[in-house]
Write a protein of this length. Structure first.
Length: 95
């Protein structure tokens, strides 16, 4: 599967929260390097046309893998499009 350069750039921007220094997932980076999850996230974003649901699923997968490795991230979704408040705002702005 391939993305156009524009789609790939958008996918990178959405998924960059995974490897981001100072981001919600940083406490896990030393235990579970995020690169493979980031690449999978970008691939999934290309394949789904930028699905927010898929993005949150990918971010959640990394959070679950971190928890299984003994790193509890807490409320990683706040401040991302996956936070309930953000979903509510997105939903409200569409109606």
């Amino acid at each position: 599967m391939s993305c156009s350069p524009l789609e790939e750039e958008a996918a990178n921007k959405k998924c960059e929260v995974l490897p981001q220094a100072g981001g919600p997932f940083q406490p896990c980076h030393a235990v579970l390097p995020p690169q493979a999850y980031f690449e999978s996230c970008v691939y999934d974003q290309c394949g789904t046309g930028g699905s927010t649901e898929q993005l949150c699923s990918d971010l959640s997968s990394y959070a679950e893998a971190c928890a299984a490795a003994g790193v509890v991230l807490g409320d990683w979704s706040s401040g991302t499009v996956c936070g309930e408040e953000s979903v509510y705002i997105l939903f409200k702005s569409c109606h």
